[in-house]
Ligand binder design. Structure first.
Ligand SMILES: Cc1cc2nc3c(=O)[nH]c(=O)nc-3n(C[C@H](O)[C@H](O)[C@H](O)COP(=O)(O)O)c2cc1C
Length: 331
């Protein structure tokens, strides 16, 4: 059975990748993930704000801004908690991660504007990362900005990182664009080698007892995979870049569905946080079993089999499906 898949030019022994998460924050987890059958690991993200913070140590800025106290407190807070990592620790993390496993290690950069911090990507490349995933988590709230202006920010960011490095570049975004298909094409034109669909946007809650806004991170359920499933089915065959799915991949059948839709890689996070890293082996075994039971010999044979590639008009298909779906509700 050949489970090999190619993801943005990287040869993966199977489609299971650990997505950016606390699991990939701890070096001791890397060999465990590899032993459980994981084919590549995305590190937890380093944030633009933390990279820029390093600039506070520029002696010129140091005295002018009086930033010593601020820098000290921010650096202290990252180093003490260990999460997220500061820029220097992050580079060391990549080096150690690369030493600890043979599978590809993908660094994750989180940025919101194309500025000087982008050159940090070069340092990540030098530290040995096999690829970079640019995680764009950005909620525009300026009522004066148009969708087109916001889209330009995304494209500038991708172009900026692309210009800084030679290694493959993936872009991880949320689904909230007027035309996701067009944005996908533009990411490719801007130099992305893969698209990761989709970032989950976390909604904080309000605690009425304390009258405060509280973070409320809920892990996904398998239902959350539907959005990636649909968009991967729509995009497969329309782009040269690879497609990876993230969100709601909990069972072997979720992986199979996403491969059938056209995914090149399927990313795991919530399920491993809930069930433990070793659960990846259970999922992998399930994929293998399904392929064997259904007479498939390679991942390539099933990839994109149920995508919308052969469908003349995906928009009409989507609309008919919508009507069918509403009609299918009993009663
Ligand atoms: C606790 C936690 C931390 C995460 N940290 C990151 C991160 O640093 N960078 C990133 O791109 N995604 C991050 N994610 C998102 C995951 O990589 C993943 O895309 C998302 O959880 C959806 O996948 P899932 O349904 O398998 O959990 C995080 C998710 C969780 C639950």
């Amino acid at each position: 059975m050949d489970l090999t898949t190619y993801y943005m030019g990287l040869r993966l022994k199977n489609p299971l990748v650990v997505s950016a998460s606390p699991l990939s924050h701890h070096i001791e987890n890397y060999p465990r993930m590899e032993a459980a059958g994981i084919a590549a690991i995305v590190t937890s993200s380093i944030f633009q704000e933390y990279i820029e913070q390093e600039n506070f140590f520029d002696p010129d800025q140091f005295s002018v801004l009086g930033a010593d106290k601020l820098a000290e407190s921010m650096v202290f807070s990252t180093e003490k908690s260990g999460y997220p990592l500061g820029p220097r620790e992050y580079l060391e993390h990549i080096r150690l991660a690369k030493k600890s496993v043979e599978i590809p290690v993908i660094a994750s950069l989180n940025g919101r504007t194309a500025e000087s911090w982008v050159s940090y990507a070069k340092r990540v490349e030098e530290a040995g990362a096999d690829a970079i995933e640019l995680n764009i988590y950005f909620i525009p709230t300026d009522t004066g900005k148009t969708g087109g202006q916001i889209e330009e920010v995304y494209i500038d960011l991708v172009q900026g990182v692309r210009a800084a490095v030679k290694i493959p570049l993936a872009v991880k975004v949320g689904p909230y664009f007027s035309n996701m298909a067009n944005m996908a094409k533009r990411f490719e034109q801007a130099g992305a080698n893969a698209l990761v669909l989709f970032n989950r946007f976390y909604q904080p809650d309000i605690d009425v007892a304390t009258m405060t806004v509280v973070p409320n991170l809920m892990l996904s359920t398998a239902y959350d995979a539907r959005l990636s499933l649909r968009w991967i089915a729509i995009l497969h065959g329309k782009l040269k870049m690879s497609l990876a799915a993230t969100s709601g991949i909990h069972h072997a059948q979720d992986v199979i569905k996403l491969l059938l839709a056209g995914a090149d890689a399927t990313m795991l996070c919530s399920v491993l946080l809930k069930e433990g890293i070793e659960h990846a082996a259970v999922i992998l075994k399930g994929v293998y079993q399904w392929m064997q039971d259904n007479g498939y010999k390679s991942v390539d044979q099933i990839k994109g089999k149920l995508s919308q590639k052969s469908c003349g008009s995906p928009s009409v298909f989507e609309r008919v499906n919508y009507m069918k779906m509403l009609k299918s509700f009993p009663g």
